[in-house]
Design a protein around this ligand. Structure first.
Ligand SMILES: [Zn+2]
Length: 327
């Protein structure tokens, strides 16, 4: 039984593929900023899965993952509907940067501004226009992000209790990135993931690859297949759900910033276990001489580490998942 789903100019009222755009904001010259929308409605009833990428404008790996998923879908075999916005924060993507160049006040990080405010700042109004259809239609949200290097693979789901947490965890296990944070509600409170979860929508963030072209084709293919595995777990696609085995759940994470600048070369990879005091990377001076080492202030798992080649004080050195336990 077909249902009507309208996201911006994309209208789906029957099995098949509908395309359009969502007008999320206006540029300073008055021209509309339109985020592309694709709706794939299956012939059989099922959940509405909302996929979006480029909440942070230069995180294009998610765009490519979503495109790969969309190319593989067939309305004849799909149960339910996929709503996909592969390049969400469109003005930030056009500028190839994390936040929109049109945000001139505080709060420009879109993933800290949900559910948004129709009378707020540029980014708050944009969040409102995105969240309104998400809240109306979505049963499950998968939000794709990146960090700094191509080997980034980790994930978050909301630790909100009840059925929403249980379904979110099912998505996390079917996606199967080993390093996963069951996220306390106090963390990332303004993320689409956490706000959606509070509104009864199961949700998940996949962090895959680095910003701009800092990701591999293999990572895209792999993440697209993991997304389809999550869709199998949700009953949207036929087939056996692949078991990715145990995951490392951690309690929270620590952001560690550089206290100094210079040339920097990392010596750890994403997913590595860290001991306190372990060398993370080496500094070089402008003559090529070794000029010190960066060490881990906490034990844990490397979620993301700065790949250099040059850094300034205050840049993110390493993002560490704390208290990992295998579950
Ligand atoms: Zn991001």
């Amino acid at each position: 039984m077909a249902r009507e789903i309208i996201v911006g100019t994309a209208r789906s009222a029957a099995p098949g593929v509908a395309k359009g755009f969502l007008h999320i904001a206006d540029a300073p010259d008055g021209s509309p900023l339109n985020a592309p929308v694709v709706i794939v409605q299956g012939e059989t009833d099922g959940p509405v899965l909302w996929l979006h990428g480029c909440v942070h404008g230069q995180e294009f790996c998610g765009t490519y993952i979503i495109h790969e998923v969309l190319r593989s879908l067939d309305p004849k075999t799909l149960k339910g509907t996929v709503v996909a916005l592969p390049m969400l924060n469109i003005s930030a993507s056009q500028a190839r940067q994390r936040m929109s160049p049109y945000e001139i006040y505080h709060g420009g990080d879109l993933n800290r501004q949900f559910p948004g405010d129709p009378n707020g700042s540029f980014t708050q109004q944009m969040a409102h226009r995105i969240y309104e259809p998400l809240k109306r239609y979505a049963n499950v949200l998968i939000d794709f992000h990146t960090a700094s290097t191509p080997d980034v693979r980790w994930a978050l789901f909301p630790k909100v209790g009840g059925e929403v947490e249980a379904l979110s965890e099912r998505v996390a296990r079917a996606f199967g990135y080993r390093a996963t944070l069951p996220t306390p509600t106090t963390l990332l409170a303004g993320s689409a993931m956490m706000v959606a979860a509070r509104d009864g929508i199961a949700s998940y963030i996949a962090e895959c690859g680095g910003k701009l072209r800092g990701f591999t084709d293999d990572a895209v293919t792999d993440a697209a297949e993991r997304t389809r595995n999550a869709m199998r777990a949700l009953g949207m696609l036929d087939g056996t759900v692949k078991d990715h085995g145990k995951l490392y759940y951690f309690s929270t994470f620590a952001w560690v910033t550089f206290q100094r600048g210079g040339l920097f070369q990392r010596s750890v990879a994403c997913g590595d276990r860290l001991e306190k005091g372990q060398v993370i990377g080496t500094y070089y001076d402008a003559y090529g001489n070794i000029d010190g080492q960066a060490t881990a202030p906490h034990p844990g798992i490397v979620l993301s580490v700065n790949g250099g080649p040059v850094v300034s004080s205050g840049d993110t050195l390493v993002h560490i998942g704390l208290d990992p336990r295998e579950v």
